[in-house]
Design a protein around this ligand. Sequence first.
Ligand code: ADP
Length: 208
Amino acid sequence: MQKGRFIVFEGIDGSGKSTQIRLLHRRLTELGIRCVETFEPSSGPVGSLVNQIMTKRMRADERVIASLFAADRLDHILNEQDGLLKTTESGITVLSDRYYFSSYAYNGVSLPVEWIIELNAQCAELLRPDLNIFIDIDPEKTLKRIENDRVSKELYETYDRLSKVRENYFSAFARFEGEENVIVVDGDRPPEQIADDIWEKVKDCFNI
Ligand code: ADP
């Protein structure tokens, strides 16, 4: 049986990742390709802790946040019930809302990126994405979307931080050029137009 693909969506908060995952899920399902959606942090115990920190219900310094994300990611890959490896090996494609590039970008705002890379090395060895899709959009625009959409803001949701996060994404992509399959799409367009762009790249990934 052919392994399922692992397709990761990246982008700053509010860039439209979950919207695009939903649209891609629909297209793949229509073609009879089995797929599931997942996100980071996971819904497991470490992921719940991370969620509490990101929504400011619990405090932790940035080094702890980076380590918790890496631990959650490893569990998400390896856990025996519904781990990403097990899922892809059983022929199901996984559409994931973020993976390790978000760690470089978000935690690298205030921690040495070398250390973050070290922390994620095992995840990269165990499961590399077939395709990383970065939805690019100006932080000012996503902040407006978030303000309309949500009651409370998360830890990184300020203009300065998100701008730095966006820069960090691009420096991480440059650094991993050749090792990672990254495409950047313009996120400041109607969702269907973005989805059409993404679909062209995904078709290559599936040889459709
Ligand atoms: P993310 O998962 O990256 O945080 P979402 O897909 O949840 O982003 O989108 C954040 C908000 O922006 C939602 O209210 C969503 O409906 C809206 N949105 C998503 N994509 C677009 C788009 N291309 N143009 C305008 N608004 C969008």
